[in-house]
Design a protein around this ligand. Structure first.
Ligand SMILES: *Cc1c(COP(=O)(O)O)cnc(C)c1O
Length: 398
């Protein structure tokens, strides 16, 4: 037997550390020392810059992607009696917001290669009460937007894109967020760029104007317009709106992060290339793919285990990596398997076979602009070491 020379890294490598640099900190401090710390000039500038960067028709900065998704549903008039088609293979908030409106989520299965929503199954799920579709650009790989938009047009449905992952990703040469579909981005701490917490809703100018009223108590004037010189104290409440505004503290961080996003993205792609070159050699592993007509933002690097070639399951694989100082995560526990949804709708795990079987074999590896070349080497060597220790040697014998 060959003696392994593997040595685990001495320091824990986290799954997705945020990339905050001195200029980010200086910008937030400068805003703190200014006269305006909540929704004001920095938020307006962040919205304008975001539109410029991604060709969005209009944008509204909000407190989270979850808030953006909820707003998009409310402004689209989704409510009790309606059905909204989405995936189970997503973060729970994609589905929770449908419940918030009183509408019924209809969960469909995913495609085996991208793990994105399967358009054929959207067609099968459409009924007389269907009002909207929420496709999720999983891991940053854009969904098949042309097909989904065509289905929606044919049946008079709204498409709201969950774009928590695909910032700076492109579908057929166009940035995600540049279409007229309401599109919800996240700047949560683990995302490709962060404002600690925060989100952006893009869409047509008319749609965003209505969302702007709904995101701030249903008031017809925002605070800046009321409190700046020449502003008026008068406003009207035209609906019972929400408190979903972003602060200037968050927006100032977002502006600096946006400046650096191209560099972050190049770094992510370089890490992904190293991972896939190494793991593509091992039959025990399936590396993520990118279709020809898209550019992924590589929010996640989701490695899939070929479990029939290993003597351990995914959970044990994660434990083995943890013992080697490698942080990982799983994206996601399918929504239909969580108690609330399982009990309310009577889902069984086999109802969505592609979602359920992939759930058993996915691991998200460390991926962030913060991860160094040495750390990438350690992650690769650690994964290879686990595979070498737990490969099923009789796999090829019938
Ligand atoms: C992170 C995430 C969200 C929620 O984003 P927040 O900004 O934390 O509200 C929604 N959907 C997906 C797919 C996510 O990954």
């Amino acid at each position: 037997m060959v003696q392994s020379t593997y040595i685990a890294p001495s320091k824990f490598i986290p799954f997705s550390p945020p990339m905050i640099e001195e200029d980010d900190i200086a910008e937030v401090v400068a805003t703190l020392k200014s006269d305006w710390i909540t929704t004001g000039p920095k938020v307006r500038e962040f919205e304008r810059r975001f539109c410029e960067e991604f060709g969005a028709p209009a944008a509204l900065a909000v407190s989270s992607c979850t808030a953006a998704l909820h707003l998009a549903l409310v402004v689209s008039g989704v409510g009790p009696g309606d059905e909204v088609i989405t995936v189970s293979h997503t973060f729970c908030s994609t589905v929770n917001v449908i419940e918030h409106t009183g509408a019924t989520p209809v969960l469909v299965d995913i495609e085996p290669d991208t793990m994105n929503i399967n358009p054929d199954l959207i067609r099968q799920a459409i009924g007389p009460r269907t009002k909207a579709i929420i496709p999720v650009h999983y891991a940053g790989h854009p969904v098949d937007l042309d097909t989904i938009n065509a289905i929606a047009k044919e049946h008079g449905l709204i498409v709201i894109e969950d774009a928590a992952h695909p910032i700076s990703g492109k579908y057929k040469g166009q940035f995600i967020g540049s279409s007229d579909n309401p599109t919800a981005f996240s700047f949560y701490a683990t995302k490709n760029m962060t404002t600690a917490e925060g989100g952006m809703l893009t869409g047509t100018p008319e749609f965003i104007e209505r969302a702007r009223i709904a995101h701030s108590h249903g008031m017809t004037k925002d605070a800046l317009k009321r409190y700046e010189k020449g502003g008026s104290w008068k406003y009207e409440v035209v609906m019972p709106g929400f408190k979903y505004n972003m602060t200037d503290l968050q927006a100032s961080l977002g502006l600096r992060q946006l400046d650096k996003l191209a560099r972050f993205q190049n770094r992510r792609r370089a890490i992904v290339e190293r991972y896939s070159r190494a793991f593509g050699l091992l039959p025990e592993l399936e590396v993520p793919s990118e279709r020809n007509d898209v550019s992924s933002s590589w929010h996640l690097y989701v490695l899939r285990l070929n479990l029939d070639r290993l003597t351990i399951d995914r959970d044990e694989f994660i434990e083995q990596l943890k013992s080697r100082n490698i942080g990982t995560s799983v994206h996601y526990i399918p929504v239909h398997m969580h108690p609330y949804y399982r009990d309310k709708y009577g889902f069984k795990s086999e109802d969505l076979p592609v979602t359920s079987t992939n759930y058993e074999r996915i691991i998200s590896l460390p991926l962030s602009a913060r991860i160094s070349d040495d750390e990438v080497t350690s992650v690769i060597e650690s994964v290879v070491d686990v595979v070498e220790n737990y490969r099923r040697r009789e796999a090829h014998v019938r």
